[in-house]
Design a protein around this ligand. Structure first.
Ligand code: CU
Length: 110
């Protein structure tokens, strides 16, 4: 019986910690367009936790691919639609389209 009582007390802080883990800050989204053949934002500075939504706005096929940075991610090659990434790590990201060598941009996460 005393054992059960102790478990009940321990369960409370766990529940509180779970509630605190829910993000308290409102999410921010910044949109960048992919045109033929450039990103509409070459240098972007954002706060950690910001989501960048890339929107395909040209005719050609492009992708969004990190070549350097604290985290790597890559979209599919596509000609329409969008791709989003939430930046959870601070640092400087070099983002390119892998089939158009001069389609380069940077995202700096503070
Ligand atoms: Cu491209």
């Amino acid at each position: 019986m005393p054992m059960l009582k102790r478990l009940a007390v321990l369960a409370v802080p766990v529940a509180v910690a779970g509630a605190v883990a829910v993000p308290a800050l409102a999410a921010t989204t910044t949109t960048v367009k992919l045109k033929d053949d450039f990103f509409t934002s070459k240098t972007l500075k954002i706060a950690k936790g910001t989501t960048v939504k890339w929107v395909w706005a040209g005719e050609s096929i492009h992708n969004v691919s990190v070549t350097e940075g604290p985290a790597k991610f890559r979209s599919r090659l596509q000609s329409k639609g969008s791709y989003s990434h939430t930046f959870a790590k601070r640092g400087k990201y070099t983002i390119v389209c892998t089939i158009h060598s001069d389609m380069v941009s940077t995202v700096t996460v503070k």
